[in-house]
Structures are given as C-alpha cells and as structure tokens.
Design a protein around this ligand. Structure first.
Ligand code: COA
Length: 145
C-alpha cells in the first residue's frame, strides 16, 4: 500500500485502496508479486522494503495485468522491467499463454509495455473518467508468452 499510495497520480484516480486490494486478493484468480529495489521477489508484509508490485487476474490461459507500480524514488532503474519479467515467469508456470492490459492513453507506462513486448490491439474511446470529470481513451495491449 505504501508503493500504491506513492506511485499513482491522484489526478487519474487509478490507485486502489486497501479494501479493494484485499477483496481482489481473496479471489484465487488474482495474484500479486512484490519486489525490492533490485526487482527481486519478496514476501508480502515481510521485513524487506517493497519498491514495486504487480496485481494480475488469471482466467484459463490468459492473464490480465490489473496494476503495476514502482515507487517514484525507485524508477528508471529497471525495477519495472524485472517485475514484468518475474510476472511472465509466474504466469507461464500457471499455464498462461497470453497477457492483456489496459492503459489510459498517453500513460508513460506505455514505454515499459512496448519494451516488454506488448503491442496495442484495441481502443475503448473515452473509457476512463479522470478526477476532473474529463474522459480519456483506454488502449488495450497484448503479448504472448
Ligand atoms: C510504469 C512504471 C511501473 C515503470 O517502472 P520503472 O521501474 O521506472 O521502469 P524501468 O526502469 O524498468 O523502465 C524500463 C523501460 O521502460 C521505459 N520507461 C519506463 N518509464 C518510462 C517513462 N516515464 N518515460 C519513458 N520511458 C519509460 C524505458 O524504456 C525504460 O528503460 P530505460 O530506463 O533503460 O530507458 C512506473 O513509472 C510507475 O509506477 N508509474 C506509475 C504507475 C502507473 O501508471 N502504472 C501503470 C498503470 S497500472
């Protein structure tokens, strides 16, 4: 939650609160990976400080990346890339063949997604509502593993 609260710009209303995270994680299809500042996987609520996390939802041979975040103090050092690589390995071990995610248009995270092999495959016009009431398209990306 510390990373969640620091990582997302409130203007976009993208951060989840503790209740939403707990509810998601009670479902067996939802998975979380938490990493330290070297991008190595750590235990939730352990003694090592978290630098980033990914939350995903799995259905048959597909998995959706719901949220990915790296603490602002730890960015542009490869933590996001390592997190993504750890996620691909974990998803592969669950039998996943294809990964999807949805992103608000112009989120700089697109650079990470493209670097990690995701391609744009669809658009939902005006899908997200921002805190100021304005609307932004959602772009869907996909990648095979
Ligand atoms: C997106 C995010 C997870 C990236 O984490 P990160 O640890 O900084 O990513 P990395 O350092 O591994 O970056 C890997 C590559 O992605 C690209 N990249 C990442 N962030 C970028 C940015 N802000 N601008 C341009 N390129 C970027 C670069 O190509 C980078 O490689 P380089 O630094 O060697 O050039 C992080 O910026 C974040 O938490 N953003 C806020 C939360 C968010 O919007 N999440 C996505 C929606 S759920």
């Amino acid at each position: 939650m510390e990373v969640m609260e620091a990582a997302f710009d409130p203007a976009y209303g993208e951060a989840w609160n503790r209740r939403q995270v707990i509810d998601a994680l009670t479902m067996p299809s939802t998975h979380a990976l938490i990493v330290d500042s070297d991008g190595g996987i750590i235990e939730p609520a352990g003694s090592v400080q978290a630098a980033g996390f990914v939350l995903t939802r799995h259905a048959a041979d597909e998995e959706e990346l719901l949220l990915i975040a790296v603490h602002p103090d730890r960015r542009r050092r490869g933590v996001g890339a390592r997190l993504m690589e750890n996620f691909f390995l974990a998803a592969g071990s669950r039998g996943v063949r294809r990964i999807f995610l949805e992103m608000r248009r112009d989120n700089p995270a697109e650079h990470l997604y493209r670097q990690q092999g995701f391609d744009p495959i669809g658009k939902r016009p005006n899908y997200y509502r921002m805190s100021d009431g304005s609307r932004v398209d959602a772009i869907t990306f996909g990648r095979s593993i």
